[in-house]
Structures are given as C-alpha cells and as structure tokens.
Design a protein around this ligand. Structure first.
Ligand SMILES: C[S@@+](CC[C@H](N)C(=O)[O-])C[C@H]1O[C@@H](n2cnc3c(N)ncnc32)[C@H](O)[C@@H]1O
Length: 234
C-alpha cells in the first residue's frame, strides 16, 4: 500500500469517517500530554492519497475548524474511556471482545489484552481489507487473537459473528463507538436488540452516543469535506 493507493469504495462513503477518526487519534498521539497513544493511526492516513479523499476538494472554513476541535476532544476522551472499559471487562471474564463498525480502531494491536482474548472486528469487507493491507505492510502484530468479520450491520451480522467463532454462551465485551448516533433511531434499537440477543450474562456494552440534531447535522455536512485540509498530522 503506497501513498498513491486509491481509497477503497467504502472509505470514500460512510467509511470515510473511519479515516477521520484515525486522523484525530494520530493527532492526539502526537501531543506531549496525550490521553492515549495510537501509533498505528497515522499509517492509515499515510496510505491514502489525500487528493483522492472526499475531504480534499474543499478548503478549511471556520465552521470546519470549530467542529474539528470539538470532535478531537471528544474522540480523545472517548478513546481513553473505552480503552479502559474494554480492558476491565476482559480482565474480569469477557475473553471475547467485539468491535462493531471497527473502522481503523487499532485496539487489537495497541492494548495489552489478557492471554486468551479474542477480538472480533466487524465492518465492511473493503474497510477491513484496507486496514489489514496497511497494518500487514507495516509488520503490525495483533496483541490478541484477531478475527475479521466482514459484514453489514444492516444484515444478519450476529450469524456471521457466531460463524466466525463467537460464542453467545460466554460473556463478551461489546464496543459500539462512533456508530450509534449515525443510525436512524429504529436501526440503533435493532442493533442494541441484536447485541442483547447474543449476550450471555456478564457481558458488557461500551458505547458513545450523542443526541443528533439539525445543528449537528448541518455542522457535519459543512465540515465533512475539509478534514484533511484543516488538520495536520504531528
Ligand atoms: C465513525 S467510524 C468509527 C470507526 C471506529 N468505531 C472508531 O471509533 O475508530 C464508522 C465506521 O462504521 C462503519 N459502518 C458504517 N455503517 C456500517 C454498516 N452498515 N455495517 C458495517 N459497518 C458500518 C464504517 O465503515 C466506519 O468504519
């Protein structure tokens, strides 16, 4: 994978947000007083040609810069909080960890998991393929048993997950980060119902959520195309 690599189809659509989160994680990791260190995040950005991303087309605007600052803080705090929540669950009894809509989440590589932990990563096939190509190309080694589950959260993903080795009879730690507030309410309810249906007693769900609003949607739409233009890797 080279800087000239084309951006996969999914990463120019909804999956582009995964690169946006990677950008914010790379920035946080470069701060002297970071809340977490994600040494892999910058690799995803370096693997794409910024000119071919949807963000390159527009220049920065004050609204973009403002939203980016708020999002950077939100991603920094949530990442550290969710890191701790997942590790605490894994240390208790959850030897299965499921990262729903995993995007460029590098927790399988960067966290110190208890021996015997399996981390399932569920996202679109080409998002997972892009991620694997970048990390394999850098010689990254998972710190756990890592299993990719290429699926669509609108489909019967619990079945795909169990076919990949997940056991609904053992407690699991679930992560729904950066996804619930992007879904219509009924789709979010369905996602939570499906998680519940395959969760044994002792399971844990970690998530972030924000009430969506017209204001937030407008700010996102306005800023979506300016990310790489305004933000700088450390
Ligand atoms: C904002 S990113 C968050 C990624 C990751 N959870 C993180 O915090 O780094 C949203 C992710 O959701 C994935 N996604 C969106 N809709 C999906 C769907 N229907 N099925 C599977 N993945 C989906 C995208 O591909 C993208 O990777």
């Amino acid at each position: 994978m080279t800087p000239e690599s084309p951006v996969p189809e999914s990463l120019t659509g909804i999956g582009a947000t995964a690169l946006g989160v990677a950008l914010l994680r790379a920035q946080e990791s470069g701060r002297p007083d970071w809340l977490f260190d994600d040494p892999y995040a910058r690799h995803f950005l370096q693997a794409v040609d910024p000119a071919s991303t949807p963000w390159a087309a527009a220049g920065p605007s004050p609204a973009t810069a403002r939203l980016l600052r708020v999002m950077a803080e939100q991603v920094a705090v949530r990442t550290r909080f969710l890191d701790r929540a997942l590790l605490a669950a894994a240390a208790r009894e959850c030897d299965q960890v499921v990262l729903l809509a995993s995007g460029m989440d590098a927790r399988a590589y960067r966290l110190t998991w208890p021996p015997g932990t399996t981390v399932f990563e569920l996202d679109f096939a080409d998002v997972l393929a892009f991620k694997a190509a970048v990390l394999d190309g850098r010689g990254a080694i998972p710190a756990c048993r890592r299993v990719e589950v290429a699926n669509d959260l609108r489909q019967d993903w619990p079945r795909a997950l169990t076919e990949s080795g997940f056991s609904p009879r053992r407690p699991a730690a679930w992560l729904a980060e950066g996804i619930l507030y992007t879904l219509p309410p009924e789709a979010a309810d369905l996602l939570l119902d499906r998680i519940t249906a395959v969760s044994a007693p002792g399971s844990v769900l970690a998530l972030d959520h924000a009430e969506d609003s017209e204001l937030l949607r407008a700010a996102r739409a306005d800023s979506g195309r300016g990310w790489l233009a305004t933000a700088r890797l450390p």
